[in-house]
Write a protein that binds this ligand. Structure first.
Ligand code: C5P
Length: 224
């Protein structure tokens, strides 16, 4: 629990497809707090590296891109989030599984994470922040007032991601999505720097058999 005068934070961590994004946005609307999708920052950098022909192994060039990246997220009037990286609208490009995979390959790099840390902490503004990611409760906001870690089986997460991408018109294959989610889980949880894991003081919630409304209700009960 935060003992500082900084605005409150709800840190929402978990693996790909655990529902963090949807749940985080609903909670931020209910509380009237800001919302940080930290995955969009890693995905934005992955997109930028591809756009600038920077290899995911070229650490100095990636750090340079990260240091100078300008990422803006707007919510349009029709409630659809729009993401711009260095002035390019890349909302759809960021959501693809390929971009997620490249993001998870550059995310273990300590220098890259260090460069993106300040950008994430600057999002902590009054009246409060809901921050979703992998290390919100462990590294970025270790003093968060509330920490929730969402899990669900890989099969259920792959099905959710399939339905989500399909509804947005993407051409997707369930078996390939499951493989990609499992590979990303291994990479995200086994890396040395900021691995995906619940903070010691996190409320761990398995969402496999819960609806979105049920998850939100449990988080609100926990926060209250
Ligand atoms: O959450 P999302 O699937 O958009 O994140 C894409 C990738 O970015 C993750 O697989 C993970 O490797 C990386 N990431 C991270 N730390 C965060 C958020 C995302 O390492 N806080």
């Amino acid at each position: 629990m935060s003992t500082s005068n900084l605005p409150p934070v709800l840190a929402l961590d978990g693996p790909s497809g655990s529902g963090k994004g949807t749940i985080g946005q609903i909670c931020s609307l209910r509380f009237g707090w800001h919302y940080l999708d930290s995955g969009a920052i890693y995905r934005g950098l992955a997109w930028l590296a591809g756009d600038q022909n920077v290899s995911p192994e070229d650490v100095p060039a990636l750090v340079d891109l990260a240091d100078n990246m300008e990422l803006v997220c707007h919510v349009r009037e029709d409630d659809v989030a729009m993401v711009e990286v260095n002035g390019h609208v890349v909302t759809d490009e960021l959501r693809t599984e390929e971009t997620g995979e490249i993001a998870s390959k550059i995310a273990p790099l300590q220098e890259v994470r260090a460069s993106l840390l300040a950008m994430q902490r600057r999002c902590r503004k009054a009246p409060g922040l809901v921050a979703d990611g992998r290390d919100m409760g462990t590294v970025v906001f270790p003093d968060a007032d509330f920490k929730v870690f969402l899990t669900a089986s890989a099969e259920i997460r792959a099905q959710r991601r399939f339905d989500q991408l399909k509804s947005k018109g993407f051409d997707v294959n369930l078996a390939r999505l499951l493989e990609s989610i499992q590979a990303r889980d291994v990479r995200d949880s086994s890396r040395a720097v900021s691995p995906l894991k619940p903070a010691d003081d996190a409320y761990v919630l398995d969402t496999s058999d819960l609806t979105i409304d049920e998850v939100v209700t449990r988080i609100l009960d926990h926060v209250n």
